[in-house]
Design a protein around this ligand. Structure first.
Ligand code: 2DT
Length: 211
């Protein structure tokens, strides 16, 4: 890497089974093939102590109040912030599956206040781009059975999608919305083209924080 050039913080967001995992993998593979330093990450990061509590909550083996689990998800991001910052400053581009917006969308979909949900996210690193994979809940449901985890229910996912839509219109300057029901290769081509333009543009920009 040339001196002073940082990597980009790119986030994938969307409902369960919107294709985030596939698209983030394709993007990582593409960047690797171009010798761009890149790393895939995802939130929740389930290996830390906090991550393990989140994991037992998601797999229904532990119950916590909506507020407590919300703050745990946020704390799980905060505990990794220094690491993320360091990697970006070393020139590594980070492709992250879910971030603060999932935090807000899933908790607000349960009925928690939107601003309350967003408050603990302030001060975390601000993404350079969010790729929002959007598909009607009926499309997502037709992709096979939902799994066993807590949130994998069609009606709940519809409420989550509404919150994502709201965030997308508020944060339009760095959110890119895609139709997730199109073929994976077409979606990948659009994502690749935006990423291509993004990397050189942000390389000399300072890191920003969510406000
Ligand atoms: P995965 O299936 O992508 O591992 O996500 N979630 C996630 C929240 O409720 N709050 C958050 O802050 C984050 C990052 C979304 C597991 C589930 O956890 C939800 C789905």
């Amino acid at each position: 890497m040339s001196a002073g050039k940082r990597g980009a913080l790119i986030i994938f967001e969307g409902c369960d089974r919107s294709g985030k995992t596939t698209q983030s993998r394709l993007l990582v593979e593409l960047l690797k093939s171009k010798d761009v330093p890149v790393q895939a990450m995802n939130f929740p990061e389930r290996s830390s102590n906090i991550g393990q509590v989140i994991n037992s909550y998601l797999t229904n083996s532990k119950d916590l109040s909506d507020e407590v689990i919300h703050l745990m998800f946020s704390a799980n991001r905060w505990e990794h912030m220094n690491q993320l910052k360091q990697k970006l400053l070393e020139g590594k581009t980070l492709i992250v599956d879910r971030y603060s917006y999932s935090g807000v969308a899933y908790s607000a979909a349960k009925g928690l206040d939107f601003d309350w949900c967003y408050a603990p996210e302030r001060g975390l690193l601000k993404p350079d781009a969010v790729f929002y994979l959007r598909a009607p809940a009926s499309d997502l449901a037709s992709r096979g059975q939902y799994g066993e985890e807590r949130y994998e229910k069609a009606e709940f996912q519809e409420r989550v999608a509404k919150v994502f839509d709201r965030i997308c219109s508020k944060e339009a300057s760095y959110w890119h919305q895609f139709d997730a029901s199109q073929p994976a290769e077409d979606l990948h081509a659009q994502i690749a083209s935006i990423t291509d333009e993004l990397l050189p543009k942000v390389a000399t920009q300072p890191l920003d924080k969510l406000s």
